[in-house]
Design a protein around this ligand. Structure first.
Ligand code: ATP
Length: 236
């Protein structure tokens, strides 16, 4: 289980996150809904060890303290980030991109099994393993990015706006894959602006505004919450 306790992040004088606390269990999808600039990317980057945190912050994964670990040690502990914009290497093949995800010690012995698992989730990738990643469509590139994170055999996946730039159909396919990943026992923290489709596959959700958590509930309750409908669902 991922536990984030009083996470604060500042860039110079600007405080991007203030005392953010949350929990993600294995086998659940938790969505973080917030407008542009609310602090969603900073939250994921801080969990992944990519931005500095204030001193009173504590982050733990299944009881192991991650707060001050370097980014590669956090991957080793079982937390993997798929960054906004995917971060895949266009000049490398799909297979090479996936192999890059398996550098963690925890993943090396199970690399073959993990690759098979990724191929089962994304059959389209299995036909394209030797193709340069840049020649893939946006949706397929997002599959490569997700597949690469899965190659590190994570307990918890952090996803930064995976639906950005994808059509509703491609987003639907991607989110179906997320549900399948959740059903294998992996926990997913999903940062999204696409509230319609993300709430439909999520178990729980948090609302973030100006760097602070302003609400949390089951996904079902959030779907019928009037304030959520107004802010994120284009209703009410
Ligand atoms: P978006 O959906 O637009 O990416 P977000 O919710 O992910 O937004 P963040 O990217 O975490 O939000 O940004 C939160 C705040 O911190 C914003 O005001 C942003 O301008 C600021 N910020 C983010 N990164 C930096 C940085 N490296 N230096 C200075 N300010 C930053």
């Amino acid at each position: 289980m991922l536990e984030v306790h009083k996470l604060s992040v500042s860039y110079g004088k600007h405080t991007a996150l203030r005392d953010v606390s949350l929990r993600v269990d294995r086998g659940e999808i938790v969505v973080m809904l917030g407008a542009n600039g609310a602090g969603k990317s900073s939250l994921l980057k801080a969990c992944a060890g990519l931005v500095a945190k204030h001193e009173n912050t504590a982050i733990a994964l299944s009881g192991k303290d991650l707060t001050d670990l370097a980014a590669h040690r956090i991957v080793e502990a079982g937390l993997a980030l798929v960054p906004e914009g995917r971060g895949i290497f266009g000049d490398l093949t799909v297979r090479e991109n996936l192999e890059l995800g398996a550098f963690a010690k925890r993943a090396r012995t199970s690399e073959k099994d993990n690759l098979e698992r990724v191929m089962t989730l994304f059959p389209k990738l299995s036909e394209r393993l030797d193709q340069d990643a840049r020649t893939m469509s946006g949706g397929e590139q997002q599959m490569v990015a997700l597949g690469r994170a899965l190659m590190s055999n994570p307990d918890i996946l952090l996803l930064d706006e995976p639906s950005l730039g994808l059509s509703p159909i491609m987003t639907g396919d991607l989110f179906k894959a997320l549900a399948a990943i959740r059903n294998t026992g992996v926990g997913v923290l999903l940062v999204e602006q696409n509230a319609h489709q993300s709430l439909a596959i999520s178990d729980r959700g948090y609302l973030i505004e100006n760097g602070a958590i302003t609400g949390q509930d089951t996904a079902l309750a959030l779907q019928s919450d009037l304030a959520v409908q107004k802010a994120f669902l284009g209703l009410a």
